[in-house]
Design a protein around this ligand. Structure first.
Ligand code: LHQ
Length: 265
């Protein structure tokens, strides 16, 4: 797959890597980059060879949010239209794709870049990386790209407000703080970042992909559902999972006292 603002690669272990690739602009989002990211996630969703997805950035930054030069030039689209028609489909695609999405936070993630990082399922963060959540307030805007949904769920309501209101661009959330605050799954030195992330992603790619995907669907719903609704959904998806080839293999491998070989089917 070839894009102008992204790199897209699928390796032999079924791990797709999507890399924001506008390093001179700190990988800030233009319309094209948003549309290409949505497209890349759709392709990864449809490709049965892909069983885990890494999202990262090239150069010093993960993503600096909206390209502010691009906003200045846009005259024919309101912010409402822009967020609804560009960002929201991308964010929905990342949150609902039924495959593990691993954010590899290689450098600073600011504004919508931080929102997108925190919308990934698991995050491996460089010791040199940071989150700038106050990027929105710094320029008189409000958080978008799902940050008002994900951040309080990760860190709690009061901490979310503190981070969005008070942590200015010089007072960033460091990797160490992010780990403590549940915003990062693991932290690695820059030289070891990709290897650490690839090891985790390869492990996930060898797991029963459909069961992992259905689990993500349920956890996405759990915040806004009752216990009764979740129990019913668990029953339905347990039935669906039991009908996969991977469940048959998993149970057989247990009985035969060997490691299962899951195929993602
Ligand atoms: C950039 C950007 C950038 C362009 C760095 N754009 N060039 C908003 C509006 C509309 C619709 C929907 O949604 C949104 C959501 C949002 O995302 S609002 C928030 C937008 N993002 C920001 O306000 C972040 C602005 N950037 C920064 O605060 C800093 O650059 C950070 C903290 C990211 C990095 O700081 P430093 O490490 O000190 O790097 P720097 O400031 O020197 O930036 C490096 C280069 O990247 C520089 O270019 P230059 O040609 O001077 O080397 C920046 O101009 C460029 N850059 N962010 N968002």
């Amino acid at each position: 797959m070839s894009y102008e603002t992204l790199l897209y690669d699928v390796n032999g272990d079924g791990v797709a890597t999507i890399t924001f690739n506008r390093p001179d602009k700190y990988n800030a989002f233009t319309d094209q980059m948003i549309l290409e990211t949505t497209h890349a996630f759709k392709s990864a969703s449809r490709d049965s060879e892909v069983r885990a997805i890494i999202l990262t950035g090239s150069g010093k930054s993960f993503c600096a949010g909206q390209d502010l030069g691009d906003v200045e030039e846009r005259e024919n689209m309101t912010f409402l239209e822009h967020v609804r028609t560009r960002y929201n489909p991308m964010l929905t695609q990342i949150r609902t794709i039924e495959k593990p999405v691993i954010g590899v936070i290689n450098g600073v993630a600011a504004g919508a870049g931080a929102s997108v990082a925190l919308a990934t399922d698991l995050r491996v963060m460089s010791t040199k990386a940071s989150f700038v959540l106050a990027a929105f307030a710094n320029i008189g805007l409000v958080p978008d790209n799902g940050l008002t949904y994900t951040l309080p769920r990760l860190v709690g309501m009061s901490k979310a407000l503190e981070l969005i209101w008070l942590a200015d661009r010089h007072n960033r959330v460091t990797a160490e703080q992010a780990l403590e605050l549940n915003m990062a799954t693991a932290v690695a030195e820059p030289e070891a970042l990709m290897d650490t992330a690839m090891e985790l992603s390869t492990k996930l790619a060898k797991m029963p992909t459909r069961a992992l995907g259905m689990t993500k669907r349920m956890l996405n719903m759990s915040w806004d559902s009752s216990l009764g609704e979740m129990l019913d959904m668990e029953a339905q998806l347990q039935q669906a999972a039991s009908e996969t080839e991977d469940a048959r293999e998993g149970i057989l491998a247990f009985l035969e006292k060997r490691e299962p070989e899951f195929k993602g089917r």
